[in-house]
Design a protein around this ligand. Structure first.
Ligand code: ZN
Length: 81
C-alpha cells in the first residue's frame, strides 16, 4: 500500500495519507481514518485495517463458526432419532 505525503481530505492537514476505501476520491490521514465513524462498517480501513482482520480475530470467528456448526449438527442428530 502506497503512502502519499499529501493533504488529508478530512482534516486538510499535510500528513502521510492513504486512499480512503469507502470514498475513493478522498485521501485520509491515520488519525482521521481511526476516528472515522464509518470505520466499523468499512471493509478495509486504509489505515491499520490489517489489524482488524489480524489472525486472532479471524481464528476466533472460524472457531465460533465451527462450534455453531457442530451445535447444529448435534441438534439435527438428536432430532432425527
Ligand atoms: Zn486527517
Amino acid at each position: 500500500m502506497t503512502i502519499y505525503w499529501e493533504r488529508c481530505s478530512i482534516c486538510r492537514k499535510h500528513k502521510p495519507v492513504r486512499q480512503c476505501t469507502l470514498w475513493q476520491d478522498d485521501m485520509v490521514c491515520a488519525e482521521c481514518c481511526l476516528l472515522c465513524s464509518h470505520r466499523g462498517s468499512c471493509p478495509a480501513p486504509a489505515w491499520f485495517g490489517e489489524f482488524r482482520t489480524a489472525v486472532p480475530v479471524s481464528e476466533r470467528r472460524r472457531e465460533e463458526a465451527r462450534k455453531a456448526l457442530e451445535d447444529l449438527l448435534k441438534r439435527l442428530e438428536s432430532g432425527s432419532t
